[in-house]
Design a protein around this ligand. Structure first.
Ligand code: SF4
Length: 340
């Protein structure tokens, strides 16, 4: 080791940026300086892997559907949620639209560059504001996502949790001390790339690390430390599958919950469906829950209740639907030889 990063920040930055010049990946959001496109990528990547966002075409499709702030601000719920379908955490899509509307209303359609104005935009916190500043405007400031937090914790051999207030503050402080005021865009991309490809979760690739000589980690695989997670709670949902004589499917549009505006199979109390045959089961995670979804065949003559509606099979593909329910509907229609 030739001295820690805080003693020789310029050498650390140079080594990192040089490595990035040779090994940096070519992502679409690295080819643009358009703050809107960068914000969309940041929000999508908050809870979704790059491989999913790119490999399944979500990013490009969303930008094709809503090419700028004006287009997104004008989107209705159905189009917006349909474009986000499969990404989960649908609140993110609404927040993005709120941001687009705020940029139009308060900034004449042009993203502001200063921290204060950026952080007043709906859903834009310190991290996202820093990312827009760095990647769109090439302006300095700490940009600490999960990858960067891991790199910093290891480089500094930080033995405290990185996900509480004190830990986050400490990482921000180090990030600001190390930051590259002359080339924030490239430097922050490089730091993230290091976390994604070399200083990755679990066992890092220290042999291929361009900043290994500055790193103080004694047991890098054991870092970063995190607070103890809340236990996962198991819950069971009983959904019903019912088609009428015309083949229409009984659905309901969610309201007042996490997935407001998304369509799904109706859920009924266990006491009502206990004797109905089970067609399929699957489980999926959502926040701190693991949901066991049990789909029952509703008997002929079962009536729709409350807000449930009959939907023609031809219309199903155009409705926004959360991934677990889309999967169930596609499988069950295949069994009944219909197409979505
Ligand atoms: S030497 Fe290893 S632990 Fe340290 S920054 Fe590089 S990859 Fe991470």
């Amino acid at each position: 080791m030739v001295g820690g990063v805080l003693e020789r920040p310029e050498a650390f930055r140079d080594a990192l940026v040089k490595w990035f010049g040779r090994h940096g990946k070519d992502y679409p959001w690295r080819r643009t300086r358009e703050p809107y496109a960068i914000l969309v990528s940041e929000v999508m990547l908050q809870q979704t892997q790059i491989a999913t966002v790119l490999g399944k075409g979500y990013y490009q499709r969303f930008l094709t559907e809503f090419s700028d702030v004006e287009a997104l601000a004008a989107a209705d719920d159905e189009r917006l949620l349909k474009a986000w379908e499969g990404l989960g955490y649908y609140r993110r899509a609404r927040m993005l639209r709120d941001t687009a509307r705020a940029v139009l209303e308060h900034h004449a359609g042009r993203f502001p560059e200063d921290w204060k104005s950026l952080m007043k935009l709906p859903g834009v916190g310190r991290y996202t504001a820093g990312a827009v500043r760095a990647f769109a405007f090439d302006l300095p400031g700490a940009v600490v996502d999960g990858n960067v937090a891991r790199v910093l914790a290891r480089v500094m051999d930080f033995r405290e949790p990185v996900d509480d207030t004190a830990g986050r503050r400490q990482l921000d402080e180090w990030a600001e001390t190390m930051e590259d005021g002359a080339r924030p865009r490239i430097y922050n991309s490089a730091l993230m790339e290091l976390g994604q490809t070399r200083c990755r979760p679990g066992v890092p690739d220290c042999g291929g690390c361009p900043v290994a000589r500055f790193c103080r980690a004694v047991d890098p695989a054991g870092l970063p430390l995190k607070r103890r997670r809340a236990a996962v709670t198991e819950v069971t949902e009983h959904a019903v599958w019912r088609q009428d004589r015309r083949g229409r499917v009984l659905l309901v549009c969610e309201e007042g919950q996490r997935r407001t505006g998304m369509w799904r199979l109706p859920v009924r109390p266990e006491s009502e469906v206990a004797r109905w045959p089970v067609l399929m089961e699957q489980s999926y995670p959502i926040t701190r829950y693991r949901v066991r979804l049990v789909v029952h065949q509703a008997p002929v003559g079962t009536r729709r209740s409350g807000p449930e509606v009959w939907v023609a099979v031809a219309e199903l593909g155009g409705l926004p639907m959360a991934a677990p329910f889309r999967k169930v509907v596609v499988e069950l229609l295949e069994k009944t030889q219909n197409q979505v």
